[in-house]
Design a protein around this ligand. Structure first.
Ligand SMILES: [Zn+2]
Length: 274
């Protein structure tokens, strides 16, 4: 089976909504041209990475999933985009931090075994995982592009870490943090035109934002508000939808055409087709 619409989900770790709006001119140009729409949403709490990876991929809040902090090293006990898609016979891939391998494939992560993954029996069938926060975004995007060219996945997760890393080093209100977001925008301007032309529906979002204390976890607007851009012809662009972070999983399942997923889906985001 092939997906109804193949999907690429890009999670830019630690990218706050205002920084995204102010620094990412290519993404704004896509919106201005009518090819993408930007939404802002509040992340679930606590505003931490591993709990929100689980929220984005399963629709469950950290309280519901039990992944309430970053040191919960175990497989997810929820159904995820990866498990639902592979069970439906779709091809899955990820270029992502090793915590995704731990949540959906095998825990704990063993770099020698898991860094490069090719196993049709695993929920993430094809993976390039990394385990250092300064692993260059540029290389990560090329890892994703290689997975795409080699495997033509129905669903691919792309997860760069340098924006979050810059925030931990220099803080939210810093040129380092903003310039790292600008560099990410430049990388997107290189890859997105090709990925969209290949027929993918693309979602670009973040797990959480960043604060001026060089951390995140709480409820401040800058650590909680994150962007969501959607691009591709399956989306109803410029819609007045108000998607929640917990609905991104269901939205991806709908795009893929996975049946019986029982995940919450945001209203008004998809183009109605006859
Ligand atoms: Zn972080």
């Amino acid at each position: 089976m092939r997906a109804k619409h193949p999907v690429i989900l890009i999670i830019i770790d630690g990218l706050a909504a205002e920084t995204a709006r102010d620094c990412m001119g290519y993404m704004q140009a896509l919106c201005d041209s009518g090819q993408a729409t930007r939404y802002a949403l509040d992340c679930a709490l606590p505003s931490l990475s591993r709990p929100l990876y689980e929220t984005l991929l399963t629709g469950a809040t950290p309280i519901e999933s039990g992944v309430t902090h970053n040191r919960v090293v175990r497989l997810s006990n929820q159904s995820s985009v990866f498990s639902l898609a592979s069970t439906a016979g779709l091809k899955t891939a990820a270029a992502a931090y090793h915590w995704f391998s731990e949540l959906y494939n095998r825990a704990p992560y063993m770099a020698e075994r898991d860094r490069f993954t090719d196993d049709p029996e695993l929920p993430i069938q094809h993976g390039c995982f990394y385990h250092q926060d300064h692993y260059p975004d540029e290389h990560l995007m090329l890892d994703a592009d290689w997975l795409l060219r080699r495997h033509q996945p129905d669903f691919m997760l792309v997860h760069p870490m340098n924006v979050d890393d810059a925030g931990h080093r220099a803080g939210y209100d810093s040129s380092h943090y903003r310039n790292t977001a600008r560099r990410m925008d430049g990388l997107l301007s290189h890859h997105l035109p090709q990925w969209l032309a290949a027929g993918y529906q693309v979602l670009v979002t973040a797990d959480h934002g960043m604060n001026n204390d060089r951390s995140h976890g709480g409820t401040l607007a800058e650590e909680r508000q994150v962007p969501l851009w959607v691009a591709g012809d399956a989306f109803a662009q410029a819609s007045a939808a108000q998607p929640q972070q917990t609905e991104i999983c269901g939205l991806v399942c709908e795009l893929l055409g996975v049946e019986g997923h029982a995940k919450a889906v945001p209203a008004g985001m998809l183009r109605v087709t006859a």
